[in-house]
Design a protein around this ligand. Structure first.
Ligand SMILES: [Zn+2]
Ligand SMILES: [Zn+2]
Length: 260
C-alpha cells in the first residue's frame, strides 16, 4: 500500500475569512485519491500545489453549504482547461445534482468540452463508496437539522449532511464534514480510529474535547475551526491538551500536507 496523506487546501469555517481558505481536503491512499469538499478558492490552492489534474479519482461533497461547494465551478472549469483525462465520479447530496448540472450548463461548462467523463452520484446513508484501495461510508450528521426544522415546509428538500468512515487496508479514519453535535461522530467511533479529521465550529471546544476524551483514537486533526477558537488558538490548544486525555492532536493549516 502506498503513502497515505491528507493535503488541506482549506481549513477555514463558514465565515468569510481573511487568513484561511474554505473546506477542501485531498486524501491520498496509495493508488486512489479522493477530494473531500470544494470550498473556495480551491482552484487557486490546487494550482499552487503543483498537483496533476489527474491526481484524484473522485470528489465527495459532504453537504451543500457554500463553504464546502463554493469553489466547485471554478475547479471544474480548471479540469476542462487543464485537460484532465481521467474519468471523475462526484458524490454529493442528491438535492445538489440537478442545480449543479444546470449551473454547469449555464456557465458554458458543457460535458463535450471536457477530455474526461464526469458523473454525479447521490450519497446514500451507510452505502459505501468502494475503490480498489479504499472504502468510504457516509453517515448522517445533524448539522442541518435546525435548517430543516425552520425551512422544510417552504423549501421541501432533504437537508442532508454527511460524515465519513474511511477504511483502507487495516486503517480506519474518520472525516467529520460538518456535524451538529459531537455525538454525530458516534458511528465513526464504533472501533478504534487511526485518525479523526474533525471540525470545530458548531459547538464549544469543551463539549467536543469532553466527548472525545480517552476514546480509542490515535491522532486527531482539527479543521474548520470557528474564528473565536482559531483567533485564540493557543488557548484552544491548551484546552485540547488538558481535556483530550492524552490523544495526540494537531490543528491543520491551509496547504499543509499531513501523513496519515
Ligand atoms: Zn462548513
Ligand atoms: Zn455547513
Amino acid at each position: 500500500m502506498g503513502k497515505l496523506s491528507l493535503k488541506c487546501f482549506g481549513v477555514g469555517d463558514g465565515w468569510p475569512c481573511a487568513d484561511r481558505n474554505h473546506s477542501s481536503f485531498l486524501y491520498r491512499f496509495g493508488k486512489t485519491a479522493i477530494l473531500f469538499d470544494c470550498g473556495e478558492p480551491l482552484s487557486r490552492a490546487y494550482k499552487a500545489s503543483g498537483l496533476d489534474y489527474n491526481a484524484f479519482d473522485r470528489i465527495i461533497l459532504s453537504h451543500l453549504h457554500a463553504d464546502h461547494i463554493g469553489g466547485f465551478f471554478m475547479f471544474m472549469q480548471g479540469l476542462w482547461l487543464e485537460q484532465r483525462t481521467k474519468p471523475l465520479l462526484i458524490h454529493l447530496p442528491s438535492d445538489g445534482i440537478k442545480p449543479i448540472q444546470s449551473l454547469l450548463q449555464a456557465g458554458m461548462l458543457f460535458p463535450e468540452l471536457f477530455k474526461c467523463k464526469f458523473r454525479f452520484e447521490p450519497l446514500k446513508l451507510q452505502k459505501p463508496i468502494i475503490t480498489s484501495t479504499v472504502r468510504v461510508t457516509p453517515f448522517r450528521t445533524s448539522h442541518l437539522d435546525q435548517f430543516r426544522l425552520a425551512f422544510h415546509k417552504r423549501y421541501p428538500q432533504k437537508f442532508q449532511a454527511f460524515c465519513f468512515l474511511i477504511e483502507t487496508g487495516r486503517r480506519r479514519m474518520g472525516h467529520s464534514g460538518d456535524i451538529g453535535r459531537p455525538e454525530d461522530l458516534e458511528p465513526l467511533l464504533q472501533k478504534p480510529l487511526d485518525v479523526l479529521v474533525c471540525e470545530l465550529a458548531h459547538f464549544s471546544p469543551e463539549a467536543l474535547f469532553r466527548y472525545l476524551k480517552g476514546r480509542a483514537i490515535r491522532q486527531i486533526i482539527f479543521i474548520h475551526v470557528a474564528r473565536p477558537f482559531w483567533t485564540n488558538l493557543r488557548h484552544t490548544r491548551q484546552l485540547a491538551a488538558r481535556m483530550l486525555g492524552g490523544i495526540p492532536f494537531t490543528f491543520a493549516r491551509d496547504n499543509e500536507e499531513l501523513p496519515l
